[in-house]
Design a protein around this ligand. Structure first.
Ligand code: MLT
Ligand code: ZN
Length: 457
């Protein structure tokens, strides 16, 4: 232990190595409701890729597991350390190296937060369109999980915006992939292999990100439905109309009551509509032209009514902001209400109504409450599961994941597998796929030091 501590201190500076009880409690995990927290033996805070490489060489020689950590806002236990392990925190590698306004690209270190990147890109009239409910998430963490968020339906997810990375391999070698270009037809796409690999293949020390012009005008339309079925059935036709909504969020009755409980949002929903509404769609439209946006809002409103909405409201700017922020805090609201777990299953959006019917059946069978909201536009739902009994909870989760898979979906749309969803992933992913992933893992990390408990047993 003393040896490793001294070696790490040589690598990153004694001030940036903590051990044992000196390590603050937050480093034991992330925001996952299900993953068991575990303190690391060492916390190293490198400042450069060369220092990260030194740390990995030390870990490799001693066979010590390494867990990378950004802001710790993950939701699947992806940055929970191993007992005796080293946590590499990227908090000091938080520099925006460059915003290249000509090529619409930003080059950033992994510890840069999404809100810091947003502030800086805004100065150039640009944005990084991966906007999450959690703006303190780090770019490195979002790359590790391939985070998505509310606006993926129009703009895509993290992987659609990572053009290249610099990464340190388990061996301590540094690799550069991709660059400031969108096209590449040059062998295996290592950038995309690393996106979503949850710290199991290499540690990203710099990322080249694709930016977009910032939307000039935004309007939010709220549609109330008396049947959740109708709300889900409205999603595919809405997208088919060429409106290209920036977000189509689904909020069920309970989630709506919970997120709007604390304040008067000024949504303007009459009591008569609210009484009968069982589900809501929140549709965000954006455009560079105010006139075109107005036309789109008109079209969307009419279409939502045609598709069975009981009423449609064009929200005043302040109300739209408050409701969006409340929706973004939905996880915290669910957590405060005592949710025991949260899943983020994704299915083809045309299958959402079937998934929700299966979720209700699973809830009834196990005597659980399953409620929530989600990114209906891209088929990714966040279901809060209230079931304190661990055996029944496992049963309801297994039924939910099976229902998702049966409808052509998968276990996690954006939060990652981490530790929390690992048993379900290993059980449901299919042995050929898991074995191929293991072989890829072995090629990158033959000693198995990188986040060994994540994805695999
Ligand atoms: C969100 O969409 O708010 C986040 O993914 C967190 C969640 O609700 O699970
Ligand atoms: Zn989400």
């Amino acid at each position: 232990m003393a040896d490793t501590e001294a070696l790490l201190a040589d690598a990153v500076g004694a001030r940036h190595v903590l051990t044992g009880a000196d390590i603050p409690a937050e480093y034991a995990g992330d925001e996952s409701l299900a993953a068991t927290r575990q303190a690391p033996a060492y916390l190293a805070r490198p400042a450069t890729a060369a220092e990260v490489a030194d740390v990995l060489r030390i870990a490799g020689k001693a066979g010590i597991p390494v867990t990378a950590r950004g802001s710790g806002t993950g939701m699947s236990g992806g940055c929970v350390p191993r007992p005796g392990g080293i946590t590499v925190s990227f908090e000091r590698m938080n520099r925006i190296v460059e915003v290249d306004a000509v090529n619409h690209v930003a080059v950033v270190q992994p510890g840069v937060t999404l809100d810091a990147l947003d502030r800086q890109t805004a100065e150039h009239g640009l944005c990084y369109p991966v906007r999450l409910g959690e703006p303190t998430a780090s770019v490195g963490g979002t790359i590790a999980t391939n985070a998505g968020g509310m606006y993926a339906v129009r703009h895509g997810v993290t992987r659609h915006h990572v053009l290249g990375v610099e990464a340190v391999l388990a061996s301590g070698e540094v690799v550069r992939t991709g660059g400031k270009y969108i096209k590449t037809s040059t062998g295996y796409d290592l950038t995309q292999l690393l996106v979503g690999s949850e710290g199991t293949l290499a540690l990203v020390t710099e990322a080249t990100l694709r930016l977009r012009p910032r939307a000039g005008h935004t309007t939010t339309v709220l549609a109330a439905f008396t049947s959740p079925e109708d709300a889900f059935r409205a999603v595919p036709p809405l997208a088919a109309e060429g409106l290209d909504p920036a977000a189509v969020e689904y909020v069920d009755l309970l989630a709506m009551a919970a997120i709007t409980e604390d304040q008067d949002m000024g949504l303007g929903i009459p009591d008569s509509v609210r009484r009968d509404a069982l589900a809501y769609l929140l549709v965000v439209l954006e455009n560079h032209s105010a006139r075109r946006l107005e036309e789109d809002v008109e079209t969307a409103g009419g279409q939502l009514l045609d598709l069975g909405a009981a009423d449609v409201f064009v929200l005043p700017t302040a109300a739209a902001r408050k409701l969006t922020e409340a929706r973004e805090r939905a996880f915290w609201t669910a957590k405060a209400a005592g949710a025991d777990d949260i899943v983020d299953i994704v299915v083809p959006r045309g299958e959402l109504h079937g998934l929700l019917a299966a979720a209700h059946a699973a809830a009834e069978y196990t005597g659980s409450l399953v409620t929530g909201c989600g990114h209906a536009g891209d088929g990714n739902v966040h279901l809060s599961v209230f079931q304190p009994d661990p055996i029944r909870r496992e049963e309801v989760l297994r039924r939910l994941f099976r229902a998702g898979l049966a409808r052509g979906g998968t276990v996690s749309g954006e939060h990652g597998i981490g530790r929390a969803k690992k048993p379900y992933f290993l059980n449901l992913a299919g042995p050929v796929k898991v074995e191929l992933m293991r072989r890829i893992k072995h090629a990158f990390d033959p000693g198995g030091i990188l986040n060994p408990d994540v994805l695999f047993d």
